[in-house]
Ligand binder design. Structure first.
Ligand SMILES: Nc1ncnc2c1ncn2[C@@H]1O[C@H](COP(=O)(O)OP(=O)(O)O)[C@@H](O)[C@H]1O
Ligand SMILES: [Mg+2]
Length: 339
């Protein structure tokens, strides 16, 4: 197949995306596909003359790629390249922002291009935690109690604080409604820190969730084409599974299959399947849960473009199910073609 990988992008998760993009590219090359890679934030190719990913330390030209995007909005230029026009599918190695929220998916739909992962609508719903929670609550999926705060309310901080503190008492979570990688998220332990928490979250987005804090174990479920893969328990090195834990090697412990009571595991698998199906996801998605100390799973969010380095959670769960990294990449390509 001729495949164009998109990686990088201008979201807060750019660096993670470059890491996923590199792993995806190497795998697709091993599989014998004809692969090109473009960063939609710069419009530039990420493959050197030698076919190696430019960020590889062993590649001479590594300095060419800026970790900060150089030319935001360069996506239109991508659509004029031969790499794009000749591609049988677009493999999305992007995370967060317009790469994961349905925007790029809509553009590719309009252009009649096939791509990996979820549709425009499923991507948009999943990226909006408030809407995803509403939809799944209606399907009897337990999710922490929450309140959506729009930026307009932020103008009267005093009123906002009293409204929040009327409904929630610390500890509770304040996080961007459409963020990722735990960027802009705060565990509010006393009300003095509420103003800082809102500032952090509103720095990232214009809609913020205040959410009941569920103390418990962190479980994530990868769903591949509707089938739930073995569960992974994340034991974060920090109090929350934050950005540092997520992307620093050896910071956290990952247990797959998760060693949790059978009833809880079955319920999480059921909930993950319902989430994938109800939201209408395709390809692979990852559903995050917290299992409270009475073994009740609470749904947090769906990730439609989860991390895809060889050490990421979806590849880990796939491996436990007997699906190696290359097999997983091949499956995603085939599912994209079938769409
Ligand atoms: N309501 C909550 N209760 C307990 N921990 C939470 C809650 N919401 C988020 N967290 C913690 O923060 C992490 C990131 O939150 P999440 O909602 O998955 O957003 P994202 O991964 O998109 O940044 C979770 O993995 C968990 O460790
Ligand atoms: Mg998450």
């Amino acid at each position: 197949m001729k495949i164009l990988v998109l990686a990088g992008g201008d979201s807060a998760e750019r660096e993670v995306s470059l890491a996923s993009g590199r792993a995806i590219t190497k795998s697709l090359q091993r599989l014998g596909h004809s692969v090109s890679v473009i960063d939609p934030a710069s419009g530039e190719t990420l493959l050197g003359q030698d076919g190696k990913f430019l960020l590889d330390k062993d590649t001479e030209s590594s300095s060419r790629i800026a970790l900060k995007p150089t030319n935001t909005g360069a996506l239109a230029a991508v659509l004029n390249t031969d790499d794009y026009n000749d591609a049988d599918i677009i493999f999305l190695g992007l995370h967060g922002g317009t790469g994961e929220d349905g925007t790029i998916q809509a553009l590719l739909d309009l252009a009649g291009k096939k791509y990996t992962g979820s549709s425009m609508l499923a991507s948009a719903i999943s990226m909006n935690k408030d809407i995803a929670k509403r939809i799944l609550k209606a399907e009897d999926i337990l999710t922490p109690d929450w309140m959506l705060v729009k930026r307009s309310k932020y103008a009267d901080l005093q009123a906002l604080h009293s409204e929040v503190l009327n409904r929630f008492s610390p500890p509770f979570i304040v996080k961007p409604n459409n963020g990722g990688s735990t960027v802009g998220l705060t565990l509010v332990k006393d009300k003095q820190t509420l103003a800082d928490a809102f500032r952090n979250a509103f720095d990232v987005t214009s809609e913020v969730l205040v959410e009941e804090y569920i103390k418990g174990r962190e479980i994530t479920a990868a769903v591949l084409d509707g089938k739930v893969l073995p569960l992974v328990e994340i034991v974060p090195a920090n109090e929350l599974y934050d950005y540092q834990c997520k992307y620093t090697k050896d910071e956290s412990e990952y247990i797959c299959p998760a060693k949790i009571p059978g009833g809880a595991a079955r319920r999480i698998q059921e909930m993950a399947g319902i989430a994938f199906e109800t939201i209408g996801c395709s390809g692979v998605a990852r559903v995050d849960f917290i299992l409270n100390d009475r073994n009740k799973p609470h749904f947090l969010e769906v990730n439609t473009l989860p991390g895809m380095t060889e050490l990421s959670l979806v590849p880990m769960a796939a491996k436990e199910a007997g699906i190696g990294f290359d097999d997983l990449m091949q499956r995603l390509c085939e599912l994209a073609i079938k769409k």
